[in-house]
Design a protein around this ligand. Sequence first.
Ligand SMILES: Nc1ncnc2c1ncn2[C@@H]1O[C@H](COP(=O)(O)OP(=O)(O)OP(=O)(O)O)[C@@H](O)[C@H]1O
Ligand SMILES: [Mg+2]
Length: 463
Amino acid sequence: MTGLEQLTAFIGEARWFGGKGRGFTVTSTRRTGVLPTQPDGPKVAIDLAEVTYEDGDTELYQLPLAFRTVADERLEHALVGTWEDPDFGPSFVYDAVHDRDAMGQWLSAFAEAEGGSSRRRGLLDFHRLPGHDLDLTAHSTLFSGEQSNSSVAFGDDSLMKVFRKVTPGVNPDIQIHHVLTEAGSDHVAALYGWLDTVDEASDAIIQLAMLQQFLRTASDGWELAQASVRNLFAEADLRADEVGGDFASESERLGVALAETHQVLAQAFPTETFGTAEVAALGQGMHDRLVEAIDVVPGLAEHASALHAIYDRFATLDTLTVQRVHCDLHLGQTLRTVRGWKIVDFEGEPAKPLADRLLPDSVWRDVAGMLRSFDYAAAVVARSFAASDDTGNAQRAFHGDEWTQRNRDAFVTAYAGRALTDHERLQLAAYEADKAVYECVYEARNRPSWLGIPLAGVVRLTA
Ligand SMILES: Nc1ncnc2c1ncn2[C@@H]1O[C@H](COP(=O)(O)OP(=O)(O)OP(=O)(O)O)[C@@H](O)[C@H]1O
Ligand SMILES: [Mg+2]
């Protein structure tokens, strides 16, 4: 097999590859640069692979590759293939994010750029922010979760997120972490640096990786919320506010963290006020998505008129303020540390093209995302209980609703710091309904047995 054929096979199997199920081949690669080498270390190149689908679409994927002249059996699981590289000759080629030597070389390249400056190596441009000395002795560990990128921790000092599918232009995750770090925000992991290259075709910048503070004491918000629900179900006689694992004070702190994050984003990026025409267009988008969703989820049809009514009320708003927001916020994007809640992954809505993810939106879209997530936490735990024991389902449903309502209220009240205005309520209802409809389509396509979760949400929202 040629190198390109071996890369095609490798990408097709990669966890982070977004084109699964579509026919494709890697049609070309280009080298953006080579990392500083170390004695006995591999040669490490950061290549960009062009993936061409059968329908003619193309995408660019980042491939950090480690080239070794002899096979390294510790890295067998990360072998991409063996071929003759124009720069390095006949090589055993590994996925570099698994290779500790290679990752050490990458971290050293960041360290060569002094804090607050940048350092070029070929087409690679390493940037650093001041204020943190990198721990160059730390070993790298690749995160093992289902992710669309590759995250590598360096001891408990720093975390590098290697963006896999890349597009020319600003990466919102780097941009927003940069702004929040410079503002001294307590609600994100501090940005330490980032890596850019130049797209030769368009002369635009492609952002390849982000280096940030490793949140050593972090617990995943989604896991914590579910643990709280499990606690409640296990104590069947107690109410949500009486059990040890009550989550409402955490939801409250999360609401404050989101409000403070939105405030910084509103100061750092332009805000805009939409008028009637723009609001109507947003409302029309919601109507259209619902109509399309009913084709996929016929069960939505009986709620259509109530949902359209929510969107109609939204569309009557005279004005709507928009600003940069997270756009894909849910409990899984939050981490609880000993120093409070942190919000992660500002990449925006994954399905949207990069340029659209930089556009401002309503803050209530983020609030709605979190509210849907509370609903999911209770429902997912109820499902897992029901699978092993179907007595007590009704009681758990009752307690689950109580948990959801309690945490929704705590979150929203803390977010707003006061009761919501009618204007805000209309926005929140519309964004939440729109999100639940999106979830119905997602579940129908990917996890049909979960479709009942967002459908029940739709029933509640339209009640
Ligand atoms: N600074 C950090 N310190 C420790 N863990 C972190 C940090 N940032 C993110 N994580 C963890 O790494 C995981 C992946 O991060 P992130 O969501 O940014 O990656 P992603 O590739 O964009 O994921 P997805 O494909 O789900 O969008 C998160 O679930 C989070 O638990
Ligand atoms: Mg992401």
